[in-house]
Write a protein that binds this ligand. Structure first.
Ligand code: NAD
Ligand code: 4TP
Length: 352
């Protein structure tokens, strides 16, 4: 059982050890320690070394998984960051991938799920991992999103990235982009989009925006799959045969879902200003827009899980890790933690 604490406890999986994950996790946890009890999951000795090189005043307190299972999460207070030791398989060379460490990275995800179930953690935030290394370690892996769905026996989840477009190029506004399909080869996308499946995706977005984001009546704008949303069937029939019927079904369930709109022109402030989320049909239809507008401030959120999970909007940045500490921007990691905190309190409010 978790002891009472005024600061929510958030598990941070530290990601690919040869990438920037450990550094941004430590920096963000330390910078935000007054508001949140971040608990780092990773190799304690490696994280202690990394922390000492970032800033010798950073205080970490290591704990074994067994101690956590026996006694729950101790409350160290904001002077120290708890680390749950998940030992790596091999020495880390920054920027150099080693499949011998792949299974330890996965073990941190398993521990975060176990801790969320046990009530040790209010949410989990994931630093970036290298999907290829997990596969090279012998485990078929396409992303956190799919892995967490599997580990929690959740039939359908939805990837949504969110960010604030406030910069010189665009009007400031929150932008949320969800995906009907996740890490799928492009050739398989059309077959993966079905009327019933799209309906489930829309239901999850609708429910989670209400219960985890506090939006009373979410409006979801949905893209087509084909150029110009199929041009009345002359450039593809998925809009007519699948997407429009799924939207009709959703509206019949009382959901404000509109479309399908041509993806190339939907991402304009005049449309986005009246939307709570855009649902795009595939990864590289929606995410380039989001990342162009918000990179470094964006957050990746898995909707539909029985736990709260957020992540950064970027990858392992092996180039930066190889060049040494101090190059990586922590903005997205800090925003992922803030978003998780916001979701924890919105969910609590919706359950009252
Ligand atoms: N949440 C996640 O676990 C996650 C997210 C995206 C990508 N990935 C994985 O990361 C790996 C590498 O992917 P990639 O090379 O396409 O993308 P990447 O985000 O690692 O790098 C793309 C570019 O952005 C820069 N960059 C990334 N993060 C930065 C930061 N915090 N501060 C400053 N610059 C930053 C990099 O230096 C590089 O130039 C892949 O295995 C991919 O699957 C993981
Ligand atoms: N699709 C994500 C992105 O482009 O930012 C990234 O690959 C991470 O996905 P998971 O959260 O499923 O690992």
């Amino acid at each position: 059982m978790r002891q009472a604490s005024t600061r929510p406890a958030i598990a941070i999986t530290t990601g690919e050890p040869a990438g920037i994950g450990p550094e941004i996790a430590i920096r963000a946890a330390w910078a935000m320690r007054a508001q949140v009890n971040c608990v780092l999951l990773g190799d304690a000795a490696f994280l202690a070394l990394t922390a000492s090189l970032i800033d010798p005043t950073i205080q970490l307190a290591a704990l074994s998984v067994q101690a956590l299972r026996n006694g729950g999460l101790p409350q160290f207070g904001p002077a120290r960051i708890a680390v749950i030791d998940v030992p790596l398989g091999a020495h880390v060379v920054p920027g150099v991938l080693d499949p011998a460490n792949g299974r330890a990275v996965l073990a941190t995800l398993d521990l975060a799920v176990e801790g969320a179930r046990a009530g040790w953690f209010d949410a989990m935030v994931t630093a970036p991992l290298q999907k290829s290394t997990i596969n090279d370690a012998g485990v078929a892996f396409s992303g956190h999103t799919e892995y967490l769905a599997e580990q929690t026996a959740t039939a359908q989840v939805v990837m949504m990235l969110a960010g604030d477009t406030a910069d010189d190029a665009l009007e400031p506004m929150p932008l949320r982009v969800a995906l009907a399909t996740t890490h799928l080869p492009l050739k398989d996308v059309s077959a993966a989009i079905t009327r019933a499946g799209l309906g489930r995706v829309i239901d999850i977005i609708h429910t989670d925006l209400k219960t985890k984001f506090g939006i009373a009546a979410p409006r979801i704008l949905v893209t087509g799959l084909n150029p110009h949303a199929g041009e009345n069937g002359y450039l593809g029939r998925e809009e007519i045969d699948t997407i429009t019927p799924a939207l009709d079904d959703a509206r019949a369930r009382g959901i404000d879902a509109r479309g399908p709109y041509p993806a190339d022109t939907l991402f304009q402030p005049k449309y986005l200003a009246h939307a709570d989320c855009v649902l795009a049909m595939y990864h590289d239809q929606g995410l380039p827009v989001l990342k162009f507008a918000t990179f470094g401030r964006g957050v990746n959120i898995t909707l539909g899980l029985p736990l709260i999970r957020t992540s950064v909007d970027h990858g392992t940045a092996l180039d930066l890790a190889a060049a040494g500490l101090g190059r990586a921007d922590c903005g997205s990691m800090e925003q992922a933690i803030r978003t998780a905190l916001h979701m924890v309190s919105a969910q609590r409010a919706s359950q009252r």
